[in-house]
Design a protein around this ligand. Structure first.
Ligand SMILES: NC(=O)c1ccc[n+]([C@@H]2O[C@H](COP(=O)([O-])OP(=O)(O)OC[C@H]3O[C@@H](n4cnc5c(N)ncnc54)[C@H](OP(=O)(O)O)[C@@H]3O)[C@@H](O)[C@H]2O)c1
Length: 350
């Protein structure tokens, strides 16, 4: 079988390769035949903005186990999904946008019957990131042991996949007042997933509308706010969010923001993450937070077990496209131009 792969070179060219083969894996890894790979803004941005190249791009996947260590919980033929490691020097075998890949056994789950395979391919990076925000950085109770809070919280850009996930985790954690921003056409779906107050982020009066609604609610200031859009520009999604909250609000943004105002979640906190942004003299080292990682992993498993009832991604589209077309889609996704809904690619790419 030809392994068609989306590859980024050291000098940041995105190309198609069909000469990479990953027959051998280490004793703690599975070899996977990819059936679907999930598209994320990170697939392009980690190469262009964080220096993770050369490599095969992509993190999320669903597929069949081709080879498994005897001592693992997996066997040949299992239908599995998960995501793959990231750091400077990332081996090509870990890219998910290719026909076969390798993945450490502890980054994989078996797909249960309540979770459609294409949704499984779309889930892991976004839910792990949202869980890191809601249950590690915000320290909200786990969905398996919820609390009861009337403190207002805000999710800016709640119709992004990370935002949708954070919204449902906040609801499951028993937040009773969840403010969101999104395009007006998304407000009904967001309300059905737990939002109690919805605002249009592109309204010229959005900041005033939110502050007035918080005051009218009478439950005190917004205690926690997540920028789940991660847009740049002036104002950025984070700038508008800060204007809508109070000085005491705990702030997170899904992207690196200069200064110490915002905490940044990560999708994968079990290992040290080494990156090299273009403006940094030296590579940066994001420390591992293994306890937080495994806390988020239990939340991912809660989402998997309760998929379709207490948690879901409302829109997942399968694209059966050429490798060139897949690259085009990834560029539209990384700059936010593709809009609502998650995309997964069917493999092998044409
Ligand atoms: N730190 C990490 O480990 C990590 C992990 C995953 C993702 N991320 C980052 O998180 C962000 C979201 O990723 P994703 O995959 O969840 O995105 P996505 O699903 O592709 O998000 C698409 C949605 O973003 C919303 N949006 C676009 N511009 C917006 C703006 N100016 N304000 C508010 N919302 C806006 C749109 O909502 P409407 O339809 O309502 O207009 C659109 O539907 C990206 O910046 C990504 O790089 C970070």
């Amino acid at each position: 079988m030809i392994n068609k792969a989306l590859y980024v070179t050291e000098d940041v060219q995105f190309v198609i390769r069909d000469d990479l083969h990953h027959k051998s894996v280490t004793p703690n890894e599975l070899l996977i035949e990819t059936r679907y790979s999930g598209a994320n803004p990170a697939d392009i941005k980690h190469a262009t903005l964080l220096g993770i190249r050369p490599t095969v791009i992509g993190y999320d996947f669903a597929g069949r186990v081709l080879k498994a260590p005897l001592a693992s919980d997996f066997k040949e033929g299992d239908a599995v999904a998960g995501y793959t490691p990231s750091s400077l020097g990332r081996p090509t075998k870990y890219g998910s946008h290719q026909s076969s890949l390798a993945v450490p056994c502890d980054m994989v789950f078996k797909i249960p019957s309540n979770l459609p395979e294409v949704h499984a391919a779309a889930l892991t990076s976004s839910v792990m990131t949202a869980a890191d925000v809601v249950h590690n950085l915000f320290k909200f109770p786990l969905p398996s042991n919820p609390g009861d809070s009337s403190d207002p919280v805000l999710i800016w850009g709640a119709s992004s996949t990370v935002g949708l996930s954070a919204l449902q985790l906040a609801r499951a954690s028993s937040c009773r007042n969840i403010f969101v921003t999104a395009s007006p056409t998304r407000h009904d779906i967001l309300r059905s997933l737990g939002a109690t107050h919805a605002f249009d982020y592109s309204s010229a009066t959005v900041v005033a509308e939110i502050t007035a609604a918080v005051k009218a609610l009478g439950k005190g200031p917004i205690t926690h706010a997540l920028d789940a859009a991660g847009t740049e520009g002036r104002p950025s999604s984070a700038d508008l969010m800060v204007q809508s909250v109070s000085e005491s609000t705990v702030l997170c943004s899904v992207v690196l923001r200069p200064g110490s105002t915002f905490q940044m979640p990560v999708a994968l906190a079990k290992d040290v993450w080494r990156i090299h942004p273009p403006d940094a003299q030296e590579p940066l080292r994001i420390p591992a937070r293994p306890a937080d990682h495994w806390n988020a992993w239990t939340v991912l498993h809660w989402a998997i077990t309760n998929y379709g009832t207490k948690f879901k991604l409302p829109s997942v589209s399968v694209l059966d496209v050429t490798a060139e077309e897949a690259l085009g889609e990834l560029f539209r996704i990384q700059n936010g131009k593709r809009g609502f809904g998650k995309v997964v690619f069917q493999h092998p790419l044409k």
